[in-house]
Design a protein around this ligand. Structure first.
Ligand code: UDP
Length: 387
């Protein structure tokens, strides 16, 4: 009998934790011994993608953690919400025998409470480092420990953060680094020239820096722009692209970024490209990936993708990025939040074109060797089997 695993996730977009879930579930469902069912809070591209692979998706409220949840009235209502929602989900699943629940990210509470109420084993898969608000970061270690039999972190950085001074939580925790396989052909030379021309306003000899990721307060778009403007004084062939959109209701972040590009008078050399489904075409067409996140990345899937596209990575030296990039072998680090240091590192790399190619090739070798999807999935299979 296949084991039925209920996955509960917080969004139906296609950013980091969404893609990580998709890759995992796709791999798991290919093994005959598992039957995954996914719960998402709403429709979206992730739902379509899962369903196109014949994976069952249920749309249901996942008790998503938000700031408003910590207002006094909302806190009073929370136990009732938990009771009502867990019962509602149980009704939907009445014909299923669920063997295991896998909560993907700390943002969903439904999995932990559902598992507790109906006595099902629960894995919490942590993809974040939550420092603020303080009240949330204070309670999480306790909640995660009480509601899970196994906690899986996507990096040592995210594990160290949540398990700090908490031996009981540490004992039920392990790290399973994300993995991806590139299952898309490399873009043809002709197509690359077209993309660079059309989307980046760049020719063959220009050097294109890219930050791929949602436009947010902590992904570092402004920091990179500050560094870029310093570099452009000497290196006129530099281009910068930001790829990704602002989250719903935060469109002002896009406006702020556009304004800054205008103030610097960089409209010709710096482009913002809204969320792209086909990200490999972008990775293949750029020269250097920059991951300048101002808060520590829990993992940083974009660094791994860039490496698989044979691109060097310039990364802020904190969080999960330290576990992906090798200094001076597959990329370079700079001091987090320091645009001057970032510009220094960019200048150093753009001086030497052959170094860009060499670091990119080494990055690809490392990504294939150490971050394969097969390794990532097999580690989860072992965990599921053990439970
Ligand atoms: N991404 C994408 N299209 C875009 C921008 C981003 O597909 O236009 C994807 C990117 O390829 C990566 C993910 O979003 O897979 C971002 O993951 P990461 O772990 O770097 O950051 P997170 O979204 O988890 O904060």
């Amino acid at each position: 009998m296949p084991k039925t695993i209920l996955y509960i996730h917080q969004s139906a977009e296609l950013y980091g934790s969404d893609k990580a879930l998709f890759y995992l579930v796709k791999g798991i469902s290919a093994k005959q011994k598992f039957n995954p069912i996914i719960v998402l809070p709403n429709d979206g591209p992730l739902k379509d993608l899962l369903e196109s692979h014949n994976i069952r998706v249920i749309i249901f409220p996942v008790i998503k953690v938000s700031r408003s949840m910590f207002k006094p009235l909302a806190l009073i209502k929370l136990p009732f919400t938990i009771l009502r929602t867990t019962k509602g989900l149980n009704k939907i699943l009445k014909n299923e025998s669920i063997d295991l629940i896998h909560s993907n990210t700390l943002a969903v509470l439904l999995g932990g409470f559902y598992a507790r109420r109906y006595k099902i084993k629960h894995i919490w898969h942590v993809h974040e480092i939550i420092k603020k608000p303080k009240i949330v970061s204070f309670f999480y270690p306790l909640i995660v420990r009480l509601l899970s039999q196994q906690v899986v972190f996507n990096s040592k950085a995210s594990k160290d953060f949540l398990c700090k001074d908490n031996k009981a939580l540490e004992e039920k925790s392990i790290v399973n680094l994300n993995g991806i396989d590139r299952d898309v052909f490399f873009t043809s030379e002709k197509e690359i020239i077209k993309t660079r021309n059309k989307l980046f306003n760049a020719n063959k000899d220009d050097i294109v820096l890219a930050l791929v990721g949602r436009i947010s307060k902590w992904k570092g778009q402004h920091l990179l722009l500050d560094a870029f403007v310093k570099c452009r004084v000497k290196y006129k062939n530099l281009r910068l692209i930001f790829v990704g959109s602002a989250p719903p209701n935060q469109e002002h972040l896009l406006e702020d970024l556009n304004n800054k590009i205008e103030i610097y008078n960089l409209q010709e050399y710096c482009k913002i490209i809204p969320f792209r489904k086909n990200i490999w075409n972008i990775w293949d067409s750029i020269d250097i990936a920059v991951v300048p996140s101002t808060e520590p990345e829990p993992f940083g899937l974009v660094a791994l993708e860039a490496m698989l596209a044979k691109k060097p990575v310039i990364a802020a030296k904190h969080g999960g990025l330290k576990e992906i990039v090798d200094e001076d072998k597959t990329g370079f680090f700079f001091k987090p939040n320091d645009s001057k240091d970032l510009s220094k590192v960019i200048k150093q790399l753009v001086e030497d074109k052959s170094r860009i190619i060499d670091l990119g090739l080494k990055g690809s070798e490392k990504a294939i060797k150490d971050f394969s999807l097969t390794r990532h999935i097999n580690q989860f299979v072992q965990i599921y089997d053990k439970m």
